[in-house]
Design a binder for this molecule. Sequence first.
Ligand code: NAI
Length: 393
Amino acid sequence: MISQEEPIGVIGAGAMGAGIAQVALVKGHRVVLTDAHQPVLGKARAGIEKAFAREVGKGRLTSEAARDALARLTLAEPAEGLGRLAMCAMVIEAIIERLDVKLETFRALEGVVGRDCILATNTSSLSVASIGAACEAPHRVIGVHFFNPAPVMPLVEIVPGVRTSDGVTHDARALIDAWGKVTVRAADTPGFIVNRIARPFYGEALRIMEEGDADIATIDWAMRERGGFRMGPFELMDFIGHDVNYVVTESVWTSMYYDPRYRPALSQKRLLEAGLLGRKTGRGFYDYAASAVAPEPTRDEALGDRIVQRIVAMLVNEAVDAVHLHVASAADIEVAMTRGVNYPRGLLAWGNALGPATILAELERLQQETGEDRYRPSPLLRRCARDGMALPT
Ligand code: NAI
């Protein structure tokens, strides 16, 4: 077990690394934060300081606790290499998402830290197995996948690679649990739990729009007002940014050997190519200019319910298939989708409320209409529908 007295290392002080460092600091650890680019370190520290001030303002942290937490932060300059991480009980890597750079970092890290130090990666799309392969002791390499922003989002996916030891999995999970996060265990498969199961939320919405059955404003309205989701798919894609959202979809698709279930949409690729990345560039699916007139949804309830039924059927199928293929337990899948991406209810429970036979009928209708393997029902969904059984939850 890693105690509060032991220091934690974080490599990469960008959005994720700074957030993870903040979480560990608040929980009483000394944290050594490093980055290849010097200016990023100062920015990360300023960001953490500001976040603490906000917490103090809201009465969630005393000013003494905030001061002490900040005093536990050590910024290790790039020129010092990874040497300052030597005493850490766990190092979490949150650097650029490139396998070659991560491999080089893990190799160097192993030469610095103690034998028992856990080496964790926050990767979203690379396999833990491939990162562990850089190390002489791959049993201590594990995925700990935080969500953005790390201090706010409760979910962390714990991802043991094929060579990760049970002891390391246990200790890493216990530590993140002790940080007050909600952990779920995911197999080392593309997209882990959330980024895999959420794909149809975007993909099926894009397909409905491309087919011309409804416009973006109507699909967003339907998913919010009739489906109970916090944001519609197009608003959410614009919010995440197409440079991130499209790239995740493409990565899951290619990693799944081009399974048509995950195939990206050309309409989204064109936005990316045009530099219309969403909110951050002022335009994506929507135009965010002050002078822009927001498109009005049709507000046709029957159409809205058809849209929700189609997208939710695809999401439920994805969740059932993840159970079928042992990506995670049914219970962890429910937790992941409600706590990681704030879905209004667990997808398996939702599937049961609608009825497995209804979900199956919707997928078979789409499969027949389109002739596409994209709508292939999970064998477990078929079995439950055939035998009149509930989906596992
Ligand atoms: P970011 O671009 O904000 O930060 C990455 C940082 O790593 C930069 O400050 C960069 O200077 C530094 N860096 C690059 N190469 C380095 C090296 N060799 N040594 C030390 N520092 C180096 O990226 P972000 O968004 O924080 O992502 C980091 C990791 O977390 C990636 O693996 C990403 O896939 C993953 N992730 C990102 C999420 C997100 O929503 N942004 C969510 C969950 C995981």
